[in-house]
Design a binder for this molecule. Structure first.
Ligand code: ADP
Ligand code: NG1
Length: 464
């Protein structure tokens, strides 16, 4: 597998003048802060997931594409054995400095530089180094934060890439994706690897079907005449600072164990829904039948789970819970399992539709996306009132489908819109969501919260 590409910064003058101008601003700010020019700028993009939500950590394939918005890090080696971090958005992100061997990640109080240290630590561990070269780093991001477009992973990926590069090592894109998928868990969220995979493995022009264990990708050509539009409901949630995300991961792990026990599968051999489905050699529909007959719709009490699984409390904590879910007393199992098996089936249908000659491709994709939203909202309970309202406005404004994207509980929706309806769609969503009773934009421009996007390229390095 290829390595992340290295380009000349000046090549951007021909391909992307705006990015070149931004890099020059970063270089100027770097000089002011650290007294000399950076040696290189590393870049990692955010992503929009078109379909396949909350199923990567259950072992199922997902279908994202990289977006143009990214996080970049301008870097120079220093001789003082220090990691010195600054951010161009200094009003939001404070400076931080520590020794190369003293890096700590505080999952109880995650700060922006802790995400940087996830990538730093992941790469050093992979290279079997106990410390890095000293580094001066200036970060700048354009991925909206806490909005489901993977700003956190873009930051982890760019730090991994910068750490490898500053130490004179080249690591393939695939290995970088694997390292960063693992090391972002140091912050506490138990994600499945979608974000880091697409950030490294994306190619301009196509979305990707990403599968796991091991990570692999297939190109997905989106139908001609379709435009994917991102709209931000402007409610923010930091995933690492709350237990919502890990609670869902725990519920899926527990439901896997309960269904395994009911169906005569050795629980020790199946960690995720995907393993269970493979062990049973069952279709998605068959899995949904087993869920409907085996799991009750009311929440499960912890004591009931211990009794069904024949586990001690400590064993349940060790096998299914995390630091921020270890005291949880009730778990919703049936609805979560229904979401995962139906959503995994929708991903397969989405890819099949893109590869097919069906007459109404865009309409079929839209129907799958809207069904995904209903499932996320009602079964997985990872939406919020604002996102539900925004997706409804998007559908009324001419989208053939609309759904939340990313972890949810706020953040962005993605809608599929026929190209000829795009202008009217943007005008209607703008007036109905963002202008009438809309959210506070807090200084953001409309084009930062409502914009069409197309499949962008993966992480890379720019040198002078
Ligand atoms: P997302 O859905 O965007 O990945 P998360 O809640 O997982 O949201 O993580 C967002 C966190 O990533 C922010 O709270 C912040 O700590 C960090 N982050 C995002 N963008 C930037 C940036 N431009 N500079 C520094 N840190 C950032
Ligand atoms: P975001 O939206 O970036 O927080 C998270 C997980 C993904 C995936 C999605 C839901 C991380 C880093 N990312 O994404 O792996 O599970 O939620 O589909 O935990």
């Amino acid at each position: 597998m290829a390595d992340p590409p290295v380009y000349k910064i000046d090549s951007l003058l021909e391909t992307n003048e705006r990015q070149h101008a931004r890099f020059m601003r970063m270089v100027a700010a770097f000089k002011t802060k650290f007294g000399s020019e950076p040696e290189f700028i590393a870049r990692a993009p955010g992503r929009v997931n078109l379909i396949g939500e909350h199923i990567d950590y259950c072992g199922y394939s997902v279908l994202p594409m990289a977006i143009e918005q990214d996080i970049c890090a301008a870097v120079r080696r220093n001789d003082s054995q220090k990691i010195r971090l600054t951010n161009l958005d200094s009003d939001q992100y404070c400076d931080y400095e520590t020794g190369v061997s003293d890096v700590k990640i505080d999952r109880n109080n995650p700060q922006w530089y802790h995400y940087f240290f996830c990538g730093y630590r992941g790469v050093l561990e992979h290279l079997d180094l106990d410390k890095s070269q000293g580094m001066d780093i200036l970060v700048h991001g354009t991925v909206p934060k806490n909005a489901g477009l993977s700003s956190s992973s873009a930051l982890v990926c760019v730090s991994g890439l910068a750490t490898a590069h500053v130490n004179g090592k080249t690591i393939s894109k695939l290995t970088m994706a694997e390292i960063c998928a693992k090391c972002e868990r140091y912050i506490g969220t138990q994600g499945g690897g979608m974000d880091q995979s697409i950030s490294f493995l994306a190619e301009a022009g196509s979305a990707k079907l990403i599968s796991f264990n091991p990570i692999r990708t297939e190109e997905v050509n989106l139908p001609e005449g379709s435009v994917f539009v991102i709209s931000n409901c402007c409610v923010e949630l930091n995933k690492a600072a709350t237990s919502h995300f890990n609670q869902r991961v725990a519920e899926c792990k527990i439901a896997t164990q309960v269904l395994a026990k009911q169906n005569g599968v050795d629980g020790g051999a199946v960690k995720r829904f995907y393993d269970l489905q493979s062990a049973l050699d069952a279709s998605y529909d068959k899995m949904l039948e087993l869920v409907a007959s085996g799991l009750h719709p009311e929440p499960y009490k912890r004591s009931e789970i211990l009794q069904i699984l024949g586990l001690s409390d400590d064993e349940l904590v060790a096998s299914c819970l995390s630091q921020n879910t270890r005291d949880t007393q009730t778990f919703q199992l049936r609805q979560r399992a229904e979401h995962v098996f139906s959503e995994a089936g929708r991903v397969v249908e989405f890819k099949k539709t893109c590869d097919s000659d069906v007459a109404d491709k865009i309409g079929t994709l839209g129907t799958l996306m809207s069904a995904s939203h209903v499932s996320c909202s009602k079964m997985y309970e990872c939406s919020c009132a604002e996102l539900d309202r925004l997706t409804e406005i998007c559908r009324d404004a001419g989208a053939l489908g609309s759904r939340l994207t990313g972890a949810g509980w706020g953040g962005c929706a993605v809608s599929v819109v026929p190209a000829e309806r795009l202008k009217g769609f943007l005008e209607t969503v703008s007036s109905k969501y963002f202008e009438s009773s809309g959210p506070k934009l807090d200084g953001r421009k409309l084009e930062e919260v409502l914009f069409a996007t197309k499949p962008g390229s993966g992480a890379s390095v720019y040198r002078f």
